[in-house]
Structures are given as structure tokens and as C-alpha cells.
Design a protein around this ligand. Structure first.
Ligand code: HEC
Ligand code: HEC
Length: 259
């Protein structure tokens, strides 16, 4: 009797787990489907940003920025450094406007990002708080290397050391011809992304200190029309004009810029 009841429970558990995963799969497919957009859709979103956010008159609240960042930290880590080899990109130090734009693109299903969606819907994250966290993240300065300390010294502070390590970039060198990559970078990317890959204060993201795997993934999306690289020249086929080898070399060079 007990055994039978038990097996009914198991069966019930199994079928509901199965139907839940089917539902999750359906939802995922639906979201990917919705992520198809026209160039015009994207341009519309970009132009909407200025109407949605009044950056100039925003009264920055650091505590709210810090509080919201705890949510982001679930994936992007405490200091916005990202992780899992770029599955979660670095977001610390990105331009405020760029962060706002990308979050709105995610919200509007114009840039695919299923894991993040539920955390940034407007009812979860009102625009005022989104501005606070964008400014908060923009202000985080990550270190390029750990300071030299004597870990055997009596006053060595293990906790402080751990916190420092969490705010120190560790982007490995990517494979490729760095010298060749530097030439291409200087000629083709520097004018917008900056001499040291630092991005700008407006809406051009940094490339230095970003995970190579993540950058590759984004270039794939630009090539496949899932993202728009240059709204002023939407029909451009910028990345298609480079060979795989050239792109590899540029990314190899970029991976040296945070050292
Ligand atoms: C559940 C995991 C998760 C959480 C929580 C999360 N994100 Fe993300 N986020 C991602 C993933 C995954 C990507 C990369 C998407 C891709 O590969 O294109 C991303 C990308 C981004 C990007 C684009 C970075 C770039 O260089 O283009 C921004 C900006 C961003 N997240 C901001 C935030 C903010 C702000 C929060 C907190 C309010 C947050 N994220 C919370 C998973 C998450
Ligand atoms: C005309 C200015 C311009 C030039 C030149 C340019 N970029 Fe960009 N790039 C941008 C802007 C603006 C964005 C942000 C696009 C957006 O809003 O989604 C961007 C985004 C990117 C991203 C996505 C970064 C992220 O965090 O998601 C990558 C990767 C990238 N560019 C690589 C390159 C490389 C490599 C070159 C040179 C071969 C290059 N770009 C040249 C303006 C430029």
C-alpha cells in the first residue's frame, strides 16, 4: 500500500517536472523567436533611451545602486567583473548610457538574453533604480593586478586580500598574432573604442578587460544580425569585411590591453 502510494507520488513528480521543463523550453523558444527584430526596431529603441531616461536631472542614490547591484552580482559578481569565462560579461566601468541601452534592448527582446530578463523587467527594476545601478557600475574601478603583499606577515588581512582579488581582472591572453592585431586595431577600432580599448563616456563600450569568449560571441551576433554595431550606419557589414584570422588577431591584441 505504502509502496503504491509512493510510486504514485514519484510518477506525479516526474510528470510535473517533465511538463515544467517542456513549458520552460516553449518559453525559451518563444523568447528567441521574439528576439528577431528589424534594424528599424533597434534604431527606435536607441532613440527612445533619451526620452525614457532623464540622466541630466537624475539625483544619484549610491545606496540604491549598491542594493540593486546585489541582484546583478548573482551573475556578474560583486564588483561587476563577470565570470564563467565570459558567459557573464564584465559590466564594471561600462558607460552609463550603454548600460541603460543594453538593458532596454534586453527588456524589449531586441537583444537576446534569457537569463537576465526576469531581473530587469520594469516592474522588477524601475527606470530610476536602473539609472542608479548603471552609475554605480560605471564608477567601479577594477584593478589590473594584485598588489604585492607578504601573505605570511602577522598583520596580513586575508579578507581584504580576497576582496581585492574579486576586483582584479584576470583576462587570459588570447591566441593570435598580437602585432598584426595591433595594426588592425589601430586602424579599424581605435577611433571609437579608444587607444587602450577603454571605450568612451557616451555609448561605446570598453573592450580591454572584457572576456575574449564574450567578445567573440558578440561579433558572431553582429555578423548574424542579432545585434547592431553602428546605428549611424545600420547597413554596414563591418565585421564581415574581416577574415576569421584578422578578428582572432585583433582579439589577441585586445586581450593584452588590460595587462
Ligand atoms: C541571471 C544572470 C544575470 C543577472 C542576474 C544579470 N545579468 Fe546582465 N547579463 C547576463 C548575461 C548572460 C549577459 C550576456 C548576454 C550575451 O551573451 O549577450 C549579460 C549582459 C549584460 C550587459 C551587457 C554587457 C555588454 O558588454 O554588452 C549588461 C549591461 C548587463 N548584463 C547588466 C546587468 C545589470 C545592471 C544587472 C542587474 C540589474 C544584471 N545585468 C543582472 C546575465 C545576468
Ligand atoms: C564607428 C565606431 C566604432 C568602430 C570603428 C568600432 N566599434 Fe565596436 N562598437 C561601437 C559601438 C557604438 C558599440 C556598442 C553597440 C551597441 O550599442 O550595441 C560597439 C560594440 C562592440 C562590441 C560589443 C562589446 C560588448 O561589450 O558587448 C565589440 C566586440 C566591438 N564593438 C568590437 C569592435 C572591433 C573589434 C572593432 C575594430 C575591428 C570595432 N568594434 C570598431 C563602435 C565602434
Amino acid at each position: 500500500m505504502y509502496l503504491r502510494l509512493f510510486s504514485i507520488f514519484i510518477l506525479f513528480g516526474l510528470t510535473s517536472a517533465l511538463s515544467m521543463s517542456v513549458m520552460a523550453q516553449d518559453k525559451k523558444e518563444q523568447l528567441i523567436e521574439e528576439s528577431n527584430y528589424t534594424t528599424q526596431d533597434l534604431i527606435d529603441v536607441y532613440h527612445k533611451i533619451d526620452k525614457l531616461f532623464n540622466l541630466k536631472e537624475h539625483d544619484y542614490d549610491e545606496d540604491i545602486g549598491d542594493e540593486i547591484n546585489q541582484v546583478c552580482a548573482g551573475c556578474h559578481e560583486e564588483f561587476g567583473m563577470g565570470g564563467k569565462d565570459g558567459k557573464y560579461p564584465r559590466i564594471a566601468g561600462l558607460p552609463v548610457k550603454y548600460i541603460l541601452e543594453q538593458v532596454v534592448l534586453f527588456r524589449e527582446r531586441k537583444r537576446p538574453n534569457i537569463p537576465m530578463l526576469q531581473h530587469v523587467e520594469e516592474r522588477e527594476l524601475p527606470n530610476d533604480e536602473l539609472i542608479d545601478v548603471a552609475i554605480y557600475l560605471n564608477k567601479i574601478k577594477l584593478r589590473n593586478r594584485l598588489s604585492k603583499v607578504d601573505e605570511t606577515a602577522p598583520d596580513f588581512d586575508a579578507y581584504a586580500r580576497l576582496q581585492e582579488a574579486k576586483a582584479t581582472l584576470q583576462i587570459g591572453l588570447a591566441e593570435g598574432d598580437i602585432k598584426q592585431g595591433k595594426k588592425i586595431y589601430r586602424k579599424e577600432c581605435k577611433s571609437c573604442h579608444g587607444k587602450q580599448g577603454e571605450g568612451d563616456d557616451d555609448r561605446t563600450p570598453l573592450l580591454a578587460g572584457q572576456y575574449t569568449r564574450y567578445l567573440w560571441h558578440q561579433i558572431d551576433m553582429f555578423i548574424n544580425g542579432k545585434r547592431l554595431h553602428d546605428i549611424d550606419d545600420p547597413e554596414e557589414e563591418f565585421f564581415k569585411s574581416f577574415s576569421h584570422e584578422e578578428l582572432r588577431d585583433v582579439l589577441a591584441y585586445i586581450s593584452t590591453l588590460d595587462d
